[in-house]
Write a protein that binds this ligand. Structure first.
Ligand SMILES: [Zn+2]
Ligand SMILES: [Zn+2]
Length: 398
């Protein structure tokens, strides 16, 4: 496999680090044990370690040479509320929590790169190794930014990586522009008039109103959005009623919206509300509560940094194994917050497409240990190319 030889030598160590983290999954902002391990390893490798951003965040800093160029490499550390059914020897020891998204692998690959780069220091500049909490749902990346991540650790660019099951091991995918969608949520509370289930003419049925709203919301993407643009509107919850023979007083609809562009996002937010209020009014009901929250922005790669990322991946696995035009995913990523502050690039690394390579967030999922040296080698190559030593300096050093 095309990996850096020195990194291949400690592949077994990396697998052991990952299995240890995998056995002890921790969810949003509770990554105490995991961040202790990360901080201890970075210190052992000889990095300067800073702790406490977003509670459990860790930043390790490594300098070489004299250049004032600096980049950030980011991994996520958190697990999910999923009961593991992988059957692996290193399966979760904490019922109901598991590393179902492979963040144990992401953390390990970045630690592997830190170990190698601290030994070799074949670059000129500063690398900040950013280990963030709470990627899933709670926006730990946003909190790190708000608490001054890039003020304390200035970076010219920031880079992220995520494993993707279904892409073979040894392949990468990356593109300039949108990689992953913005993630919004909405809630609509419909007030009707409760009545006897056998005498509907005495009431206003919020279940019927809600059903019409759910149907009408599907017209937004189908009839209002430019067909060349991409968006999803999904109603994912309907709550109403308690028994067989009562027309309830209220109904609650909740759902999610995914978009890549702000004008599309703005339009959909306004349109959902307009449809909900007007459909309700048409039936004599009322929308008594309306909530729309923009959770994660779209993950948008900048052109220059995508060039660096693609070049590093190509140097490692060859041009044929780097897909430069993958279809953007409608899932979302809180690395997007870092990309709002700094130009950067988020890349996908194949987790394998063989038997049992189930999708992330599935209870049977496991990060593929074969990928560890590839991911660590990608990070190391990116640093050595992006912060390459000047020719004159290199000769002087050699
Ligand atoms: Zn996930
Ligand atoms: Zn993830």
């Amino acid at each position: 496999m095309p990996v850096i030889n020195r990194i291949a030598e400690f592949q077994r160590d990396m697998a052991a680090w990952r299995h240890d983290i995998h056995r002890h999954p921790e969810t949003a902002f509770e990554e105490k044990r995991t961040s202790d391990i990360v901080a201890a390893k970075l210190t052992e490798f000889g990095l300067e370690v800073h702790r406490g951003l977003a509670r459990t965040g860790v930043v390790g800093t490594l300098r070489a040479g004299t250049s004032n160029r600096a980049i950030g490499l980011r991994a996520d550390m958190d697990a999910l509320d999923v009961l593991e059914r992988s059957g692996k020897e290193w399966a979760s020891t904490i019922p109901g929590k598991m590393h179902a998204c492979g963040h144990d692998g992401h953390t390990t690959m970045l630690l592997g790169a830190a170990k190698y780069l601290a030994e070799t220091r074949n670059f000129d500049g500063t690398v900040h190794f950013i280990f963030q909490p709470a990627e899933e749902n709670e926006g730990g990346g946003r909190v790190m930014c708000e608490e001054g991540l890039f003020r304390q650790f200035p970076c010219d660019g920031v880079y992220g990586m995520h494993n993707i099951p279904g892409i073979p091991v040894g392949r990468f995918a990356v593109r300039s522009g949108p990689m992953m969608a913005a993630y919004d949520i909405f809630e609509i509370v419909i007030d009707g008039v409760g009545a006897h289930g056998a005498m509907p003419h005495h009431g206003i049925d919020p279940v019927l109103v809600g059903s019409h709203i759910v149907t009408a919301l599907q017209s937004i993407v189908a009839r209002n959005i430019d067909p060349a643009k991409t968006a999803v509107v999904s109603t994912t919850q309907i709550h109403s009623g308690d028994t067989w023979n009562v027309i309830p007083q209220t109904a609650v609809l909740r759902g999610t919206v995914r978009t890549f562009e702000k004008p599309v996002q703005d339009f959909i937010e306004a349109r959902i509300r307009q449809i909900a209020e007007n459909v309700a009014a048409g039936f004599g009901a009322k929308v008594s509560k309306w909530r729309y929250e923009r959770r994660y922005p779209a993950t948008v790669n900048s052109e220059t940094e995508t060039g660096y990322a693609a070049q590093a991946a190509q140097a490692l696995v060859g041009n044929a194994n780097v897909n430069l035009n993958p279809t953007p995913a409608m899932g979302s990523e809180d690395f997007a917050w870092m990309l709002l502050e700094k130009p950067g690039c988020y890349i996908w690394i194949g987790n394998g497409d063989g038997e049992g390579s189930c999708m992330v967030h599935n209870p049977g999922y496991d990060f593929n240990d074969e990928v560890l040296p590839l991911g660590a080698s990608y990070w190391a190559t990116l640093v050595e190319q992006r912060l390459a030593r000047q020719a004159g300096l290199r000769q002087a050093a050699e």
